[in-house]
Design a protein. Structure first.
Length: 219
């Protein structure tokens, strides 16, 4: 963990992940880009609209016996609705993402070993296998066949906290979801600054053992 000062307001900006390069200042909502130990003003981030998420930056949980903490959030939009993607740092230093959409929760890691499929080759209903990696958890997730179930154009409508890539409001990408028959999933993001493959699984809320959740009436 290290700390820098916001060039716009002088407020303290904390980085917990060494991979984080983009952060939204807690005090003035400036979007900041990290260049080594310097912060450059990237723009201004509007306040995220209040939603009913139980999560917040600093919420902690467990996945596969590995503790994690939420460091940042992307608020994503597409034609049929919205969802949250939370940037996760695990106790062993791995990074991941926790997705929250319409009452479903999933968690995933980036698979940097499997080749990214060509966008033009992907259609709903197509089936794929991913290669083995040097990560035992990824190998567990990769086993079996995945089927493309959804292809959508998405846009970031806001972000907060620290993130491993630039995520200004208006960032557009193509998101392709793949499911297996045993509760695992994969997601491919196609974006002008690079394509990414993620593999993970759906988990019930209570199985994460969350702590430091937001106080929401009715929970």
């Amino acid at each position: 963990m290290f700390k820098l000062l916001c060039p716009a307001c002088g407020g303290e900006v904390v980085f917990k992940s060494k991979a984080s390069i983009f952060v939204v200042c807690t005090y003035c909502k400036s979007s900041l880009l990290r260049q080594d130990l310097n912060l450059e003003l990237y723009g201004k981030m509007a306040e995220l609209q209040e939603d009913l998420t139980p999560f917040q930056i600093g919420t902690k949980g467990y996945w596969s016996k590995n503790p994690f903490e939420l460091l940042g959030r992307l608020r994503m939009s597409w034609d049929d609705g919205y969802w949250n993607e939370w940037y996760v740092l695990f106790g062993d230093g791995q990074e991941g993402w926790l997705a929250e959409a319409q009452g479903f929760y999933s968690i995933c890691l980036e698979d940097k070993d499997s080749p990214i499929l060509d966008r033009d080759d992907i259609k709903v209903g197509a089936r794929f296998d991913f290669k083995d990696s040097n990560n035992s958890l990824l190998d567990f997730l990769n086993k079996g066949e995945y089927e493309v179930c959804d292809i959508k154009e998405v846009i970031c409508i806001g972000s907060e906290g620290e993130l491993p890539f630039t995520a200004p409001k208006g960032r557009k990408s193509t998101s392709i979801d793949l499911n297996s028959n045993d509760g695992k999933f994969a997601c491919i993001e196609y974006h002008e600054d690079g394509n990414r493959l993620f593999v993970g699984e759906y988990i019930e809320f209570d199985d994460f053992g969350f702590t430091n959740l937001r106080d929401i009436e009715g929970w």
